[in-house]
Write a protein that binds this ligand. Structure first.
Ligand code: SAM
Length: 277
């Protein structure tokens, strides 16, 4: 491909067409992210013009699926940002402990590492038996991998370090068995996790939960879409429920900021203010 940059108009026409044909709405994703992914796919697939690639996306479902995968960045880790998990142990677990049943929602769970980390943490805090973890993503391929719970051995050294830094109480190897080049996560961790396909842009509230974790997802959305998703989170939380966004995302510029109280400023963990009816 030459260095011709695809125009905003071309991108907007493509995203409209994708929404109409497949129901996936990327129209309010960050333009920089969308442009990067589109030009990357054009180079990989040898398209000189975006209009040519648009025709292929609309005519060939297998190619469209590949393009949709391109737009979903599934980079993740076990106990990613260990300080975040330290804060959960310190600031959030004592609140969850006061509930007889606990519901947790991981929104944008990718290949599941975050949900497995939570399952481990809850087990160590003796809360696993009374908790349901809903782990959702709109990327079905990532969800299928998540359900399997099989991860490459090559990652385990880094995950073990993350686990230790996060305040893990046992040995990380207690939670998996090795199988050739992979590890298989313990069956006991899977039993409280419900995996589900859910699109934060087009789907609505599906459960009332005590804790929502959504990290490294909203960074791909424009401000208006972030606000829309924040309203969805607010509506999905119980009175006094907790929203954990992680250090890269915030609420400060969201219209929902005033409805929460900060529990951890750095890790961006918030408690929904109680509404007395
Ligand atoms: C970078 S990963 C973050 C994974 C994990 N939360 C973490 O922080 O390690 C972003 C995930 O958000 C998902 N995602 C993006 N847009 C979404 C949407 N509209 N609805 C649901 N999931 C979405 C992607 O498919 C991807 O799996």
């Amino acid at each position: 491909m030459d260095n011709r940059i695809v125009t905003e108009l071309e991108i907007s026409s493509l995203l409209d067409a994708v929404y109409k044909a497949y129901g996936y709405d990327f129209r309010q994703y960050s333009p920089a992210h969308i442009q990067r992914r589109i030009t990357n796919r054009m180079v990989l697939s040898g398209f000189k013009e975006l209009s040519q690639m648009q025709s292929r996306i609309l005519e060939d479902e297998a190619f469209a699926a590949k393009f949709l995968q391109d737009l979903s960045i599934t980079v993740t880790e076990m106990f990613r940002d260990p300080d975040f998990y330290r804060s959960l142990r310190e600031n959030v677990i004592p609140i969850l402990r006061t509930y007889p049943f606990i519901k947790i929602w991981h929104a944008g769970c990718a290949t599941g590492e975050e949900a497995y980390s939570m399952a481990i943490l809850l087990k160590e805090e003796e809360l696993a038996e009374r908790t349901t973890i809903y782990a959702t993503d709109f990327n079905q391929r990532a969800l299928n991998e998540a359900k399997e719970g099989i991860f490459s051995n090559a990652l385990i050294k880094e995950y073990t370090l993350n686990y230790q830094l996060s305040g893990g109480k046992k040995s990380f190897s207690d939670y998996y068995t090795s199988h050739y080049d992979n590890v298989i996560m313990d069956q006991s961790l899977k039993k409280n996790i419900v995996w589900a396909n859910h699109n934060l842009v087009t789907d609505s509230v599906f459960a009332e939960v005590h804790l929502i974790l959504c990290r490294n997802v909203l960074i791909y959305f424009e401000r208006d879409l972030q606000n829309k998703v924040q309203r969805l989170f607010y509506d999905s939380l119980t009175n006094g429920g907790i929203l954990a966004l992680g250090s890269k995302e915030g609420l400060r510029f969201s219209e929902m900021y005033e409805f929460y109280t900060e529990l951890d400023k750095k890790q961006r963990i918030f408690k929904k203010n109680r509404v007395w009816i």
